[in-house]
Ligand binder design. Structure first.
Ligand code: DC
Length: 227
């Protein structure tokens, strides 16, 4: 059966990537973490000491960046595995500012479209259903209570063995949501045809079960329409 595109957008740390990965596994689809791509660009600029306002340097820097995903979807920047580093607070603090730059968005949207190719794909981010794949057959807008999200994020960082302060994590989430939702270029919005899923009182398994049921309906519908 032909694959569909599943777009998962929503606020920071409500389990988008866990859900997207789970869906991709269950359906044998490609999974693309678009947030990791913004994080890799941010890390590269930080390493080069280039600020978001340095337009000329930024343009040159983008030409030097090659992004890919290794086994287990690990983020690879110019051949180096940077999966852990891109999740650090240092990158989290900057990433929303970098993601607000139209130049960076243009650079990444082209790559996101080509990574999905012609097979079934699940992509998570902030503008996937609104900008990257406006014709995605299934769009899910995932959200959850801000306090619950901060707690999940804090526990996730601790589990990865990373330093984490709950108040800092919580403040970072709120700041990112604010910047991501109010930027001019491709702000985080719920597409009019997206299904809203609030998982404040659901665990990852329950969230996946609901999304998988939706996906199977859309896949069947898509196959019938194709005939
Ligand atoms: O999903 P994440 O938290 O790893 O994303 C990191 C940041 O990247 C997020 O604060 C906003 C930005 N982002 C974006 O602007 N558009 C996307 N499609 C994905 C992420």
């Amino acid at each position: 059966m032909k694959g569909i595109i599943i777009a998962i957008d929503g606020h920071s740390s409500c389990g988008k990537s866990t859900l997207a990965r789970g869906l991709a596994n269950a359906l044998d689809y490609v999974y693309i973490d678009s947030g990791a791509m913004y994080r890799m660009v941010t890390l590269y600029l930080q390493r080069q000491g280039i600020g978001p306002e340095q337009n000329e340097l930024l343009r040159e820097a983008l030409q030097e960046i090659e992004l890919s995903f290794g086994p287990g979807n690990r983020a690879v920047l110019n051949g180096e595995d940077v999966e852990s580093e891109i999740r650090s607070m240092a990158v989290s603090r900057q990433v929303s500012h970098v993601a607000a730059l139209p130049e960076v968005r243009r650079f990444l949207v082209v790559q996101q479209r080509s990574l999905a190719g012609h097979q079934g794909a699940v992509m998570d981010g902030r503008d996937i259903g609104s900008v990257v794949f406006p014709r995605a057959q299934l769009k899910i807008f995932l959200t959850a209570d801000a306090g619950v999200r901060a707690r999940r994020r804090y526990l996730e960082l601790r589990e990865r063995g990373m330093e984490a302060d709950f108040d800092q994590v919580s403040e970072n989430l709120r700041a990112r949501d604010r910047i991501d939702s109010t930027r001019k270029d491709s702000p985080l919005i719920q597409a009019s045809d997206a299904v809203r899923l609030d998982n404040t009182n659901m665990d990852a398994e329950e969230t996946l079960a609901v999304a998988l049921a939706l996906a199977r309906i859309r896949i069947r519908k898509n196959a019938t329409e194709d005939r």
